[in-house]
Write a protein of this length. Structure first.
Length: 493
């Protein structure tokens, strides 16, 4: 018998399963995309069945590739797109509605009302979040408002609320476990991150019955046992995908920071056992919780990072593949400095403006595809600097540490060099770029006794390449000042 740990990574556009061996090496993986549903402008939904089906199919495919049976798998770790919201019937197992995805803006008006009525202070004080449609609670409220009798059924425990991890575990355990972990709970805007429990005050404010909420556990804990892969396998690790990446990047000490560049970009700074209340519109969240002890983080969430490159490809038809942007940026006219503000769905941290839309500044008759591509890649660096400036403001010091990066867009050396230049700090790209799955696997495998503790795991983190800043400070600050002006102008239109 071989010992493997299975990491299930249920993301926004695809589900992925990776099998790791006892030395945390990748043995096999499988990935499947699933349809996105856009029923109205600003609405994004997933079919709950697609989420579960693609998880089971990729898990089965990865096991087949490795020639593994259930007996070979010591534990399962689950990591997931966060905030995405499901409500289902306890008796029939049927969801009441499609999953409402984190990007969905349908509750923007309700969130504006919460702010106008002065509730944001309570929300932030308890949950660490801000009143934005991004989070789960107003999506759950929306579903309860739509379906007749739903709220009454929720109150007597006949309906269940869950983020994607809860839904998958409930399905994988065939209705035996209704659970989540502290990191996913922290993204619902219903969880008191200081008390470590659901907030009755917020539940009442939003009229989301507490009875429908799952039990909250540590990230390495017993989440139930699945038999759907041909034998008993315990689910021993759960974390939201950005938190799993923080773990996978071994950011275990206060001051360590990771930034993941996929569709969006999410930067998390470990702030240790004390939550830091942001005065710069960042989120306070739980990085991970082990042995009942939460470790907190400041988070900056950017909605458009790699998606700006997808827009060059699919929206404008300027490129056929993302990697072409490297040569285009290198060949762009140095005398031009276009600024692209990719506010395609508004701006996330630290601006939180759901209504503004994108803009390009500095166009001339000589501006072409290369200059636009360079501006697109640069926008990712500028947005990251916005987050780091906000973090610096919150932490009360201006020392710039090292930024550990991962995600698909980190394949772009040009972007990583510009990032180091514009933030004025080294950018470290690790050898294992599957940090999200790695984090989930470590949580589960550590709990199963297969993997070492955090200190031992940290020793295994290996650098592939460090990007050192080379841009003179004057140039960096002048460029960044232009970006700030461009953002201000975009938000004023
Ligand atoms: N070489 C590259 N240069 C620039 N962007 C890239 C490159 N390779 C991938 N990307 C971008 O990275 C994103 C994919 O990263 P990934 O981590 O798989 O995202 P997600 O998990 O959000 O689906 C895409 O938006 C793509 O445009
Ligand atoms: O699935 P991803 O990688 O796009 O991540 C989504 C985030 O968890 C949203 O908060």
């Amino acid at each position: 018998m071989t010992t493997y740990v299975m990491a299930i990574d249920q993301g926004t556009t695809s589900s992925r399963t990776i099998l790791f061996d006892a030395d945390l090496r990748i043995v096999a993986s499988a990935q499947q995309e699933f349809p996105q549903h856009f029923p109205a402008s600003g609405w994004v939904e997933h079919d709950p069945e697609d989420l579960y089906r693609t998880v089971v199919e990729t898990a089965t495919a990865a096991m087949d590739k490795a020639g593994a049976t259930a007996a070979d798998i010591a534990a399962i770790g689950i990591t997931n797109q966060r905030e995405t919201t499901l409500v289902w019937d306890r008796d029939t197992g049927k969801p009441l509605h499609n999953a409402i995805v984190w990007q969905d803006r349908r509750t923007a008006d309700y969130c504006a009302r919460l702010k106008a009525d002065g509730h944001e202070e309570t929300i932030t004080a308890k949950t660490g979040l801000i009143a934005d449609p991004y989070f789960s609670s107003t999506k759950a409220k929306w579903i309860l408002d739509q379906v007749e009798d739903a709220r009454d059924r929720a109150r007597i425990g006949r309906l269940m609320f869950g983020t994607v991890d809860s839904w998958l575990i409930w399905r994988l355990t065939e209705g035996r476990s209704h659970v989540t972990d502290a990191t996913n709970a922290a993204r619902t805007m219903l969880y008191d991150i200081h008390k470590g429990d659901w907030s009755s005050t917020i539940c009442e404010l939003l009229d989301v019955p507490r009875e429908m909420l799952p039990e909250v556990r540590d990230c390495a804990d017993d989440f139930g046992t699945t038999t759907v892969f041909g034998g008993d396998i315990p689910i021993l690790g759960v974390a939201g995908d950005q938190q799993a990446a923080t773990v996978g990047q071994a950011c275990f000490s206060p001051g360590m920071m990771k930034s993941t560049y996929g569709t969006g970009c999410f930067a998390l700074l470990n702030t240790g056992d004390a939550p830091v209340r942001s005065t710069n519109r960042l989120l306070t969240t739980i990085a991970y919780q082990l042995d009942g002890k939460p470790t907190y983080a400041l988070e900056g969430s950017i909605f458009i990072a790699g998606a700006v490159v997808q827009w060059l490809r699919d929206g404008l038809g300027l490129i056929e593949a993302a990697k072409e942007t490297q040569a285009m940026a290198e060949g762009a006219d140095a005398s031009q400095s276009l600024i692209l503000v990719p506010a395609f769905t508004g701006l996330g941290a630290p601006y939180w403006d759901p209504d503004c839309r994108g803009a390009v500044f500095g166009l001339t008759r000589n501006s072409g595809r290369k200059e636009l591509a360079r501006a697109a890649l640069e926008s990712v660096g500028f947005q990251t600097r916005d987050l780091l400036e906000a973090m610096r403001g919150d932490m009360g010091h201006d020392s710039e540490g090292v930024l550990r990066v991962d995600g698909g867009m980190t394949a772009s050396d040009w972007t990583m060099q510009f990032l180091a230049d514009i933030i004025g700090a080294p950018v470290d790209r690790p050898q294992v770029l599957e940090t999200t799955a790695l984090g989930a696997a470590w949580l589960a495998g550590m709990r199963a006794g297969v993997y070492p503790d955090a200190e031992g795991f940290s020793k295994g983190w290996a650098l592939e390449r460090r990007f050192e800043p080379t841009m003179p400070k004057d140039e960096r600050d002048t460029k960044y000042a232009r970006w700030k002006k461009a953002v201000a102008a975009t938000m004023s239109v």
